[in-house]
Design a protein around this ligand. Sequence first.
Ligand code: PRP
Ligand code: URA
Length: 210
Amino acid sequence: MGKVYVLDHPLIQHKLTYIRKKTTGTKEFRELVDEVAALMAFEITRDLPVEEVQIDTPVVEGAKAKMLSGKKIGLVPILRAGLGMVDGMLQLIPAAKVGHVGLYRDPETLQPVEYYVKLPSDIEERELIVLDPMLATGGSANEAIHSLKKRGARQIRLMCLVAAPEGVEAVQEEHPDVDIYLAAMDEKLNEKGYIVPGLGDAGDRLYGTK
Ligand code: PRP
Ligand code: URA
């Protein structure tokens, strides 16, 4: 079964509190999501392999140092709201390629509907990080992960800001090979499929729509 990591760092939790507040406006919301994504990038990349290299510093020649050992990363935001996490991630992983999966959740059935997929050509070689601020029923994340696997993806992680236990269980059940990274695990879903206490509709809050 996939592991669940809640990144309980004081800076992440502090910023997440402002993200949740209903008085936080679009500009500040977007900046904070960016900042939290960058902080989460730091944690989600903790286990990337490094190799020893030799470098010349201004003081000595042939000093031992470490560099990332070539693991290729791909970021896959689920449109729309996942886009809000891309720049923050790219600040720390600038060489990552970015694919996109477009899904929306039908408001009546809560089922995900796929409308767009564009991915790097070598996804089977990349460690893919699926980005979406919200993991509610898990339908969208599960569908996005299916879509990636169908096209050859082999290593996938899921990174969300806020999750409901129902969504985490759904992903663990359908994709036991996928580890999940969260800023917070919330209490539950309400009758409309919103995460409680949550932060509302992430896409609307990021882009000022309703
Ligand atoms: C939101 C959110 C997730 C999905 C989560 O997207 O960004 O993709 O809902 O819900 P689920 O776990 O129950 O599938 P939405 O469908 O509102 O689309 P948007 O990003 O375009 O606003
Ligand atoms: N999608 C959102 O944007 N927010 C929720 O709480 C649930 C699904």
